[in-house]
Design a protein around this ligand. Sequence first.
Ligand code: GLU
Length: 332
Amino acid sequence: MSNGLQERQCGKMAVCGRFAPTPSGRMHLGNLLCAMLSWLSVRAKGGRYLLRIEDLDAVRCPRSLADQIEEDLKWFGVDWDDGGSAGGEAWYQSTRSVIYERYFHRLERSGMVYPCFCSRAELHAAQAPHRSDGTYVYPGTCRGLTAEQAVEKRKKRPPAMRLHVPDRTISFIDGCQGVYTENLAHDCGDFIIRRSDGVYGYQLAVVVDDAEMGVTEVVRGRDLLQSTPRQLYLYEQLGLAAPQFYHIPLLTAPDCRRLSKRDGDLDLDALRARFGRPEPMIGMLAAAVGLRPTAQPVALTDLVQEFSWDKVSRTDAVLPRNIVQGSSISYR
Ligand code: GLU
């Protein structure tokens, strides 16, 4: 995206937020909460709101699911100033690899990018999960390969490309979670910026896109908090300005079990059929995260004036029993 286009979208100083769904299924309540809070945060400041479709994995993310997300958002009362299908192809990550490539080469020139031939199975066999989310810290197996060894290995399998991270602590203030600190080498490890099938990694794509689109605030689930130090490192290495981050509470059932996409009965298909209109769902979500004392039905626009990040709880939001019990999932 050219700078001219960026300026048209957000301008350099204006507040600009976005919703960046991955259309691999119908949205669920957690996605809706993210759309709701990101939209409220921007609208409360009179900023611009963008819709970017994160369909890097084009096979898992058909256009029909992206179109369904737009339809669900409109039904819910979320509108956007640019992006989505009306914005054109540039708003779909699957069409943006030429842009990611440019930034990838910039990193490559720094000498910190190297090919990695480890398969997922090899990595799983080699170590126990290290991070709290059950993922692995890459031990650096391929970092020391000589050019000759890499040439030999390339004959057998195409490599993923990893960014070598320093033994450095990154700290930032999250607008919702407070201070978050991580050591890149110990807590995260060298990470993939291009997969072996040539698809650019989420970490690189999201940084490039947010920067190119002029995004000044990123609101997303707390499950992505651990990605942010990597992204801040990328911003720094690429000489780009980082946005303000807000990592919002996750939704849980009354027994504290985290809800996820697997809970199909809490997806928008089932919820729309059950509630018929968005106001009761908005009221329920607003109460669950602390924006309102009770779950009275309310329109999204009626929450704009009273929105403040100070009101949003840091801890996971427990859904009322009747919501969860009304679905066919049993929580005893
Ligand atoms: N596409 C990601 C998701 O749907 C969100 C990424 C982000 O907001 O940075 O979970």
